[in-house]
Design a protein around this ligand. Structure first.
Ligand code: UDP
Ligand code: MG
Length: 141
C-alpha cells in the first residue's frame, strides 16, 4: 500500500465554512499535508477529473456541482493513506456514513458530500498529477 492520497474539500463544504474544521480533521487523523490550494474548477476540468464517471446518470449534476464554487485540493501522506482517508471520510452517501466521519458531520447530500478521496494508489497518483506540479509537492523524505 502507498502512503499518499488525494483529497478535495468540495464546494458545498467550502461554502458552508467547513474548510477549517475539515482541515483540522485531516491533521487530527494523523495525515501530513504535502500540498494544498484553493481553486475553482472549470466545467472542463471537473469533467476531466471525473472522467471515470462519464457514463453515469449523475455525471452532469456532479460536474456542475464541482465547478460551481471554490474547493480545496490536497495531497495527503500517511501509511496506507488511501484506505485510511476513506475511513475518515465515510460512505459516499452521508446517510450511510458512520458517526464521526467527515461526510456524516459535514455533507449536504449524496451528491454534495463535502469531500473526495482517491479509491486506489494508482488513482491517487493520477489525481495528484491532475492538480499539482512536482514543484508544489513537499517531498516527505
Ligand atoms: N455521486 C452522486 N450520485 C451517486 C453517486 C455518486 O452524485 O449516486 C457523486 C458524489 O459526489 C460522489 C461522486 O459522485 O462523491 C463520485 O462517486 P463515487 O462512487 O466515486 O463515490 P466516492 O468515491 O466519492 O465515495
Ligand atoms: Mg470515487
Amino acid at each position: 500500500m502507498g502512503n499518499t492520497t488525494f483529497a478535495i474539500i468540495k464546494p458545498d463544504a467550502v461554502k458552508n465554512n467547513y474548510t477549517g474544521k475539515i482541515y483540522n480533521h485531516i491533521l487530527d487523523s494523523g495525515f501530513d499535508i504535502l500540498c494544498a490550494k484553493l481553486i475553482k474548477m472549470t466545467r472542463a476540468q471537473a469533467e476531466g477529473f471525473y472522467g471515470i464517471h462519464k457514463d453515469k446518470p449523475f455525471f452532469k449534476e456532479l460536474t456542475t456541482f464541482m465547478s460551481s464554487g471554490k474547493c480545496m485540493v490536497l495531497a495527503l501522506s500517511k501509511e496506507s493513506a488511501v484506505s485510511e482517508w476513506r475511513k475518515v471520510i465515510g460512505a459516499t452517501n452521508p446517510e450511510e456514513a458512520e458517526d464521526g466521519t467527515i461526510r456524516k458531520l459535514y455533507a449536504t447530500s449524496l451528491g454534495e458530500n463535502a469531500v473526495h478521496g482517491s479509491d486506489s494508489d494508482e488513482n491517487a497518483k493520477i489525481e495528484i498529477a491532475f492538480f499539482f506540479s512536482d514543484i508544489e509537492i513537499i517531498q516527505n523524505k
